[in-house]
Design a protein around this ligand. Structure first.
Ligand SMILES: [Zn+2]
Length: 249
């Protein structure tokens, strides 16, 4: 059987059977994949620490036609998340971002932009960037790359271009112009609208160094939360843990 090789970022692992692990990882070429790592729970496992969540690795796997789950042959660590895990806020932020990507990334389809988003936001956390800015960036971009975040340029109702202040209509789940806005619409602060523009224009490393104040980032996060919950019908599992950690940070 031919071994496929790819760069990948580990999203999630869980123990399976006595000595094995099930691993979900993201690749640029084939999106999200699921694989067995045989013997990964053994003390002398050849996989070592390379199967930790958000580790960036070079992975070799085989695919059998009869089996939807792959088998991991080799894993070489490119970048560990370990340094960021020493900080509680970064560590919980990383777990949350991994769940976010795990939830929205397509399986078995190219996902280069999502891969890059995950790679760069993880790197930002490792560089010690403020977690709140990295999370807001990841939340909104993930929804945008998933085709779920509405346009902030044109009105969802009439298609006309939007002026400030920006308004969001909860029922229509989109930004709406002054003329179309009904009572379900609320005004987004100009600071948050500016931060949203910056977020779409800038790479994460730049966005976090000029990050907006916390209250503006929280406003962006609550917008992302409305869109995400409306789409999923529920909240992400690690959302509350993250909220309680950020609340004390
Ligand atoms: Zn309109």
């Amino acid at each position: 059987m031919k071994v496929e090789r790819s760069e990948a970022i580990i999203l999630h692992t869980w123990p399976a059977r006595e000595r094995d692990k099930m691993v979900v990882f993201l690749t640029p070429e084939h999106g999200k994949r699921k694989a067995w790592a045989y013997g990964a729970r053994g003390i002398k496992s050849r996989f070592g620490a390379a199967l930790e969540p958000l580790a960036k690795v070079r992975i070799g796997y085989v695919e059998r036609e009869s089996d939807e789950v792959l088998r991991i042959e080799s894993v070489d660590l490119i970048r560990s998340l370990f340094p960021a895990q020493q900080n509680l806020v970064s560590s919980v932020a990383a777990t949350y971002i991994a769940e976010l990507v795990d939830t929205f990334a397509p399986a078995d389809d190219p996902a280069e932009l999502i891969y890059r988003l995950l790679d760069r936001t993880t790197e930002a956390l490792l560089d010690g960037a403020p977690a709140l800015a990295v999370i807001a960036y990841a939340e909104i971009w993930m929804l945008r790359l998933g085709g779920i975040f509405p346009s902030a340029k044109t009105c969802i109702e009439c298609g006309g271009s939007l002026a400030r202040p920006l308004r969001f209509d909860e029922r229509l789940q989109g930004f709406i112009c002054e003329h179309c806005a009904g009572r379900d619409a609320f005004v987004v602060s100009n600071e948050a609208a500016d931060a949203l523009d910056a977020l779409f224009r800038q790479p994460v490393a730049e966005f976090v160094t000029r990050a907006a104040p916390a209250e503006v980032l929280l406003e962006l996060r609550s917008l992302a939360g409305l869109v995400r919950r409306n789409f999923l019908g529920h909240e992400l599992k690690s959302f509350d843990v993250l909220a309680s950690i950020l609340g004390t940070a």
